[in-house]
Design a protein around this ligand. Structure first.
Ligand SMILES: O=C(O)CCC(=O)C(=O)O
Length: 293
């Protein structure tokens, strides 16, 4: 399938109101080289070192063995170690990202501490992230923005991310049970071929509203791992659910994650804000097919 490319908003970086308007209109911003490729590469190298040590990749960073699936047996030996990487969490605080989010939310930015790394093996078509909106998974405020950054160059064949421009204007959609990270999907049949996707380079960023429908493309490479991060942001005055303040998958405590870190300013930083912490609504995560008539 061929995809129309994203609109690159790099030329708007010095025009906060134009960035905000484009986000309001399109529901996403693609910004090439938002963070330096070296900064993304440093996180990639740290993750790949763990993958090699745990037998997921060979010396050329090519996948070894059976595909490992996020959240399944055999996943945690790498993922728990990735969650402890200081450079992985530090990249979420990169000033170039904060500046863009500040332009969108027009107030001081809260960086969610719950950062996510994705390591996608080839031959995992059945477990590719399905079309979904982030809101049911993140909640708090709809004005939450995900920043998706590939840590290595990511041609379409490596399974990048695709978005449906303007889909955020449909509001919150009913969810269905699905296979893949997040486990929820929305019906996109009426959107036809309006998906946009393109070759992304390490450090390019795709930023989208929590109602914007997006999905991953299948990694059809022979042996390459797609390695990317999902970081989340919102205005500091907006509501947030408590679990967004805990490590992804909640297998480790922050104390365990932070062991041996050099930087103190990116540890427990959210505790200095008087946050509006709200409960999670499990009802909007319940698939339509499981609802009572
Ligand atoms: O990278 C992926 O496969 C999923 C990313 C995603 O859906 C997200 O950032 O919300």
């Amino acid at each position: 399938m061929r995809y129309e490319a994203f609109t690159d908003s790099r030329d708007l970086l010095d025009e906060p109101s134009a960035l905000r308007e484009r986000m309001q209109e399109e529901g996403y911003l693609f910004i090439s080289s938002l963070v330096p490729a070296d900064a993304a590469g440093e996180v990639y190298d740290a993750i790949m070192r763990i993958c090699r040590e745990e037998g997921w990749a060979d010396q050329n960073n090519l996948a070894l063995g059976e595909p490992r699936l996020e959240g399944h047996e055999g996943w945690w030996e790498v993922y728990d170690r990735v969650q402890c990487l200081e450079e992985f969490h530090a990249l979420a605080h990169h000033p170039n990202i904060i500046r863009v989010i500040e332009a969108i939310v027009q107030e001081p930015v809260l960086v969610h501490p719950r950062n996510i790394a994705r390591i996608t093996f080839p031959a995992t078509t059945h477990y590719t992230t399905p079309p979904h909106q982030d809101y049911p998974l993140i909640q708090g405020t709809p004005e939450t923005y995900t920043v998706w950054i590939p840590l290595c160059d990511c041609p379409i064949e490596l399974g990048g991310l695709a978005v449906l421009p303007g889909s955020h204007r449909m509001g919150l959609l009913p969810v269905h049970a699905a296979s893949g990270p997040g486990g929820l999907s929305v019906d996109t049949s009426r959107w036809g071929d309006r998906w946009r996707a393109q070759h992304m380079r390490a450090g390019d960023a795709l930023i989208f509203h929590s109602y914007t429908v997006h999905r991953a493309l299948v990694n059809v490479s022979q042996r390459r791992l797609r390695v990317s991060v999902d970081y989340r942001y919102q205005g500091v005055s907006q509501p947030i659910v408590e679990d967004s303040l805990r490590p992804h998958y909640e297998r480790l405590s922050w104390e365990q994650v932070y062991r041996g870190w050099k930087r103190k300013d990116i540890q427990y930083y959210w505790q200095k804000f008087a946050l509006n912490v709200v409960p999670r609504n499990f009802e909007i995560m319940r698939p339509e097919e499981y609802r009572q008539p």
